[in-house]
Design a protein. Structure first.
Length: 377
């Protein structure tokens, strides 16, 4: 059935592409349906969305490697519905792509790996761990030859460090902010870690006074600020420049409430400098580059594996900035304008003689200090 659906999809794609060429146009980019060209290897990148700085950083960084290796890349959006991610993978498979870099993994990974196996297409994941969580089907796929591995950050460590620092700075009345739980295990881990730290300091008078977990993130932020003017710290599992920043400013609380921001975008440096943002969490473009290396090795017949034969699993660190100066350095050294690695740095990890342990050891050195040292700062 999958192959019948795929055949229909291919026919539809071909019709669309012919129509576009006939009118002097081209197949739309970023749809996951652009037909690959020539004999190049082709990789589809599945993102949560492609509108923010997070996506720009990742695409630009992966493109450093893809361009050097002659790999054609295209993007697709997974969104909040897992079935859309599955459809993206089916479309890429039908269009003859060789690999998938999935930044939107979750409990459907076994289904995605099945599709990849059916079509001889490889898949690697980045950003969100599946090996460390329950009910993701990791045990079903870890030995599958078409699963090229995962690269991820420890959400619990980073979130815990932020909340502990908020408490150390005197915050006692907390609010949580972000998407509803159950949508993203990655974001859930952040919220769970924050709750655990708050609860562990209950005897010190620290308490959770509000939770604004809603698809309308800006509305949730307005409710927190409007209904709980006593709040001293807001821990968010998402980007907050476009959602929490304005309500805090409107209420005159911009420099009075501690606030963090994951994958900050436009205006974030200014928000850090004026005191509205106190913590930024960036750097996922680095693990996407390492994941692309795992994927490329698998696509070229050199799939890496751990000692037990299972797919690679590599944990990297976020760039957690607690001052505007740290954040400015992070922006200058790890962004779409300045990807964290050059092709020359990662070329050593491509080929039949590469060992998983060497890639893992290299990836684990990622930090702001390392980036500064490379840049001579």
């Amino acid at each position: 059935m999958k192959k019948i659906i795929a055949l229909i999809t291919v026919v539809a794609m071909c019709v669309g592409i012919l129509a576009a060429c006939g009118s002097g146009g081209a197949a739309p980019a970023g749809s996951g349906s652009a037909a690959p060209s020539g004999d190049k290897l082709k990789v589809g990148i599945i993102l949560y969305d492609d509108s923010g700085q997070w996506a720009k950083d990742i695409i630009a960084s992966v493109k450093v490697l893809a361009d050097a290796l002659g790999v054609e890349i295209d993007t697709a959006i997974g969104g909040t519905d897992p079935s859309v991610t599955k459809e993206d993978v089916q479309n890429f498979a039908a269009a003859g792509y060789n690999g998938i870099l999935n930044l939107h993994p979750g409990t459907i990974m076994p289904e995605l790996v099945d599709i990849c196996e059916d079509y001889g297409m490889y898949i690697a994941t980045s950003n969100d761990p599946i090996s460390t969580r329950e009910n993701t089907g990791y045990d079903e796929i870890k030995d599958n030859p078409y699963f090229a591995g995962e690269v991820w950050e420890d959400e619990t460590v980073t979130a815990s460090a932020i909340v502990e620092d908020m408490i150390a700075k005197g915050a006692k009345k907390f609010a949580l902010h972000g998407f509803p739980e159950g949508l993203s295990a990655q974001m859930d881990l952040r919220l769970q870690a924050a709750r655990a730290v708050i609860e562990s300091h209950k005897a010190d008078g620290v308490e959770l006074v509000a939770e604004g977990l809603n698809f309308d993130k800006a509305g949730a932020a307005r409710d927190i600020v409007g209904q709980h003017p006593e709040v001293e710290a807001i821990f968010s599992s998402v980007e907050t420049i476009s959602t929490v920043y304005q309500p805090l400013n409107d209420a005159g609380l911009a420099d009075k409430v501690l606030l963090n921001c994951y994958e900050p975008g436009e205006g974030s440096l200014e928000a850090f400098q004026d005191g509205t943002i106190n913590y930024t969490i960036t750097g996922t473009c680095a693990d996407s580059m390492i994941a692309f290396i795992l994927l490329y090795n698998a696509m070229t017949g050199n799939r890496l594996s751990q000692a037990d034969g299972s797919a690679p699993s590599i944990q990297m660190s976020y760039l957690l900035s607690t001052t505007p100066e740290e954040y400015q350095a992070a922006l200058e050294l790890c962004s779409d304008q300045h990807p964290p690695y050059t092709f020359e740095e990662l070329e050593q990890f491509i080929g039949p003689d590469v060992k998983f342990e060497d890639v893992k050891a290299f990836a684990e050195t990622f930090s702001l200090d390392e980036l500064k040292a490379k840049a001579g700062k």
